[in-house]
Design a protein around this ligand. Structure first.
Ligand code: BMA
Length: 906
């Protein structure tokens, strides 16, 4: 087997066109960028430079050579030129003769080559058509579909759709060899090693059935027993579990079941936070009595688990309410609350995405307390490394098939092509324990519902109607794809789309199925404070744009750009924000909620505060996880934020930017996804005075009950004085559930006094979780108040791990620790963008610390220095009695100390 890695590329058909050397994986754009022939199109507005744009319109030629030594003594061999991934429309020539064509970047190409076609020195040429041109031609022939994002011709090509541009991504319709190329010579090989795992009801026994698909010289398999296979399975600890040999007759046409082995008390794989990720390893070795060495060896790791999607009727919440059906996952019969992100391709140029980059992203995901990644339908079926890492790290995968935001065609060649793609994909992905569900597409049903002229009839099951309508792709989502999944990986959950609700319901139905909750930002542009009312049974998309950190915004600009031009409203920044109506919507949410400055730092901070507020405690994540409930009543099964990552430097919905620099929302979400989380929200009972009640709840996703005391405090924002203190307990947050923990009612309001509610859950005196609730909108908070007295103390530094203690003398909103002397991407920071109240500290652990690093801060209204409050205060304490209503109706009377400060002489 020869890896064919070294290639040259040049524009096809232009004599004397310069050839540029490159290596697999490559695409034309990143090769030219690396060679210096193309200026980095991520900078400025170079995306639209003619030198950049013209590349997509060219045909490209890629050339490589490999040697072949014919050896007469050698037994008969099969030869194959194998391309694991050609992007996309290409013709392959071997020694000047066309040997194959590709029109699907997701389907590996294996080209049988005869000895006669081979020379000592072989030349392989791949001629890439211009994908934009081919797509247009197909559209000419088959008609234009409707879509959101990109050019409609994209719908006709089985090529990653985001290359045509998206509302967070640039347009680079590149081409290239994005996966390995090999010249293989073999007598026989293992074409596929499949482990089919079944668990008994009680999960105490796993049956592992091993199937082998073999390919090779027929004669080698003609005599039973001459060819055999040895299957070795290792336990997760590396010890041998079983080694067995199969000597029966092999079939070259179908799968050979060569071993069925029962494992008693198997080590079960769980997503992170719910258990461990033990991985067994299987190795299959193909042998022949006449050949000294193994003919072929295949191995992979596998986890044993049972993943179930639970869709059961939920208890009627209120008499008038619509019936609801749950949508949550069980892993090994344990309900798991999914908290995670949507994943998009990690670079506009796929050739630059490496295993290390995957690992960095996926570690960022679990360091953010997330347990799920949705591989979104406009990207790619990611490389094996991605899923291997998800198996190792315990990240559940929601896998879309690669269709997004369009009404795709379904003429026979297209459907055949898709069927091959689906089968190749399911076959490749079925060994990964982390894959929980496949969905047919991203938002295509939503698009069809929004365009009646497409003729989509949800309840109509007549395929002919589908295929004759302008939304024929139903045939793909409801026939072709589910069949591929059930044929090749029976028992794996599949839904025709995301979002999707069964029973002919609208895809956006909030009572069943999953939902993309875009009525904050898109749609009706609701206030993010109302996210609680917008819950679906599983929210697989929602989001709020936020600027990346200042350093990343600066990277948008051409080097040498005058400082005055580097501002939030510049044309370059707008170029690096592809979302429709972005400035209007960012402006809307900021003006509605914040007092903000317009210089770059202040504007970035404000936009990030909006994103963080929208994606955290009192809003989306917080309110939705509050409905995790308990068995029989799991009203919300999870929430996946749009989006985790970016594919270039951009303002978008991402919570971590292209340079791996987390935005504040990353930390706010992290706090919401912690194993035990306390929640608090304010019910304003009198808008004039701000009188209100405070509701407290807890979410516990561990397997143990959490018992503790609730400490509630209300602070006067201006002075930091405690206005109300209450304590109750012990309360229990049962294992793996969410529960209401009581409310504090009748909290007086006073005009001009802004109360910050804080609540802590303490076990044995130790704070397990804390939360605070701030009066809305934040912009009404007084500015000319005593200094907040924010302190950052370095508690310890050991082996490049520093602990910084952050505290404040008065309530302080959203303290962002800014690290100097290092690229923030090189630090692992345990927490940031914290809300502080007096008497509570936050210890931030910073990994990657070293000499010379500094930590500064910015917080809400920190642009206003605040009144130096070193004045003398008078303290008076008055006592009142009040009643607390505990969950379940119990009543408890407590004495309340009310502390009032007055400045001497004021
Ligand atoms: C949803 C996603 C993406 C899009 C995002 C933000 O539609 O599926 O297509 O980028 O919203 O608009």
């Amino acid at each position: 087997m020869v890896q064919i890695q070294e290639w040259t590329i040049s524009v096809f058909g232009s004599d004397g066109a310069p050839e540029t050397a490159t290596r697999v994986p490559f695409d034309v754009h990143s090769t030219l960028i690396a060679s210096g022939a193309l200026a980095d199109p991520f900078v400025g507005t170079r995306e639209f430079d003619p030198a950049t744009e013209e590349l997509a319109g060219f045909k490209w030629k890629a050339v490589a050579r490999f040697a072949f030594v014919a050896n007469a003594a050698e037994p008969e061999l099969l030869h194959v030129l194998a391309f694991d991934g050609l992007d996309t429309v290409a013709e392959v020539f071997l020694n000047g003769v066309s040997v194959a064509k590709s029109n699907n970047m997701f389907v590996p190409l294996r080209i049988p080559v005869s000895k006669e076609q081979l020379k000592d020195e072989n030349v392989v040429e791949v001629i890439f058509e211009s994908a934009t041109a081919v797509a247009k031609a197909l559209e000419e022939t088959h008609g234009a579909g409707r879509l959101w994002n990109g050019d409609s011709s994209r719908l006709h090509l089985r090529k990653t759709q985001y290359h045509w541009g998206w509302d967070w991504g640039p347009t680079f319709v590149t081409c290239g060899i994005w996966k390995d190329v090999r010249f293989e010579s073999f007598q026989a090989r293992i074409a596929d090693l499949n482990t089919i795992i079944e668990l008994n009801d009680s999960l105490t026994e796993a049956t592992v059935k091993v199937e082998l698909e073999v390919e090779g010289i027929a004669s080698l398999f003609s005599v039973p027993g001459e060819t055999s296979a040895v299957i070795a399975i290792e336990n997760p600890d590396g010890s041998s579990l079983v080694t067995e040999s199969f000597n029966q007759q092999f079939s070259l046409q179908e799968n050979n079941v060569i071993l069925t082995h029962k494992i008693a008390n198997p080590k079960l794989w769980y997503p992170v936070g719910a258990g461990a990720q033990p991985l067994y390893k299987i190795t299959a070795t193909l042998l022949h009595t006449s050949v000294p060495n193994p003919l072929s060896i295949e191995s992979h790791k596998f986890g044993i688990r049972r993943v179930k999607l639970v869709e059961t009727p939920l208890p009627q919440k209120s008499p008038a309410g619509p019936s609801q059906t749950s949508f949550y996952f069980e892993v090994n019969d344990r309900p798991v609350l999914l908290g995670g992100s949507n994943w998009i391709p990690a670079d506009s140029f796929l050739a630059r995405v490496t295993r290390d980059k995957y690992e960095r992203w996926l570690r960022l995901l679990i360091q953010g307390n997330q347990n799920t990644a949705r591989v979104w339908g406009g990207g790619i079926y990611e490389h094996d490394a991605f899923y291997e890492l998800c198996d190792e790290l315990g990240i559940l995968v929601w896998q879309d098939f690669m269709f997004a935001c369009g009404s795709y065609p379904s003429y026979p060649e297209f459907v055949q092509n898709v069927d091959a793609e689906a089968r190749a994909t399911v076959k490749r992905l079925r060994k990964y324990a982390s894959i929980a569900i496949f969905t047919g597409n991203n938002e295509d049903y939503q698009l069809a519902e929004s365009l009646p002229e497409l003729g989509y009839q949800p309840g109509n099951d007549d395929e002919k109607q589908w295929l004759s309508s302008k939304f024929p792709a139903r045939y793909i989502y409801e026939k072709i794809l589910p069949k591929a999944v059930s044929d090749l990986w029976p028992g794996t959950a599949y839904k025709p789309g995301s979002p999707w609700s069964s029973g002919g319901k609208a895809s956006g139905d909030l009572n069943t199925g999953d939902a993309h909750q875009w009525n904050v930002w898109h749609g009706t542009q609701e206030r993010y404070q109302d996210y609680g009312k917008l819950a679906g049974r599983f929210v697989s998309e929602f989001g709020m744009e936020g600027y990346p950190v200042v350093e990343t915004v600066k990277a948008f600009f051409e080097p040498g750009t005058p400082a005055a031009e580097i501002h939030p409203f510049s044309a370059v920044v707008d170029h690096h924000n592809k979302a429709d109506g972005a400035a209007r919507r960012i402006g809307l949410y900021m003006a509605e909620n914040l007092r903000f400055g317009t210089n770059l730092e202040e504007f970035v901070y404000a936009s990030q505060l909006i994103q963080s507020e929208a994606l955290s405690a009192a809003t989306s994540y917080g309110q939705w996880r509050r409905e995790w409930g308990s068995d029989e009543d799991r009203r919300v099964g999870g929430a996946l934020v749009w989006q985790l990552n970016d594919c270039w430097p951009v303002v978008s919905w991402a919570i971590v930017d292209y340079f791996y620099r987390p935005k504040p929302a990353y930390y706010s979400i992290k706090r919401q996804l912690a194993p035990i989380v306390l929640g608090i929200s304010r019910k304003v009972t009198n808008k004039k005075t701000g009188a209100s009640d405070a509701e407290v709840w807890g979410v516990n996703i561990t397997d143990d009950d959490a018992i503790g005391t609730i400490v509630f405090e209300s602070f006067d924002y201006a002075t930091g004085h405690v206005l109300v203190e209450k304590e109750w307990g012990p309360v229990t947050i049962p294992a793996n559930s969410s529960i209401e923990l009581g409310s504090v009612e009748g909290l007086e309001g006073k005009r001009g006094v802004y109360q910050i509610f804080s609540v802590q859950f303490k076990t044995d005196g130790k704070v397990v979780s804390s939360a605070s609730d701030w009066p809305q909108p934040l912009k009404h908070l007084p500015v000319s108040v005593p200094t907040r007295g924010v302190k950052i103390e370095q508690v310890s530094v050991e082996a490049n791990v520093a602990v910084l203690r952050v505290s404040a003398a008065r309530p302080t909103k959203a303290v962002w620790l800014k690290f100097g002397g290092i690229d923030e991407a090189d630090l692992i920071v345990s927490d940031n963008f914290v809300d502080l109240v007096p008497g509570q500290v936050v210890d931030v652990v910073v990994k990657g610390w070293r000499q010379g690093i500094t930590a500064d801060k910015i917080f809400y209204n920190s642009d206003f220095p605040g009144i130096e409050a070193e004045k003398v205060w008078n303290k008076t304490v008055s006592t009142t009695t009040s009643t607390v209503f505990i969950a379940g109706g119990a009543v408890k009377t407590t004495t309340v100390k009310r502390t009032v400060y007055t400045v001497v002489g004021e």
